[in-house]
Design a protein around this ligand. Sequence first.
Ligand SMILES: [Zn+2]
Ligand SMILES: [Zn+2]
Length: 175
Amino acid sequence: MTLATIDVHDLIGHPGLARRTDVLGTIEGLATEVVAVPDEAPLGGSLLLESLIEGVLVTGAITGSWMVRCARCLTERTQPFSVDVSELFVPAGVVDPDDEDDQRYELADETIDLDQLVRDVVGVEMPFAPLCRPDCKGLCPICGGNRNEGECPGHETIDPRFAVLADLLPDLPDD
Ligand SMILES: [Zn+2]
Ligand SMILES: [Zn+2]
């Protein structure tokens, strides 16, 4: 079930009028290198739609869950999120496409494109370098093991500088 559009023709031209609407649905392909909202994971929230002279103001919060991969140890886990929404929708043709500072959305046939709105507000809140915990030890540079699960037996005392040398000169005889 994708996120539906919201018909706001009843609000347009009636500044002061407002109503609340509940939204629920899924979104496809919303992901970065390290964070992803699964295609089948529902997102939703309660949004307040307020008619203003210049358009319709949408405020509220969107909640859901996303899969986060730790930037250090690459462990994945599901995490709930909640992002604030505060976006102004104006009639089509009002926004100057060349003006990058104009952050307003345009209404399409007096409806709000919820998919685009949620994609934007959730996408911008996705962390760039999430950590599973603040002191994540990351992966062992020698064997790739997860160092949060304990130091590797056998090579924990090898100076990492020698490990680099060993990698550069793999065919060097032992003697
Ligand atoms: Zn980690
Ligand atoms: Zn190791």
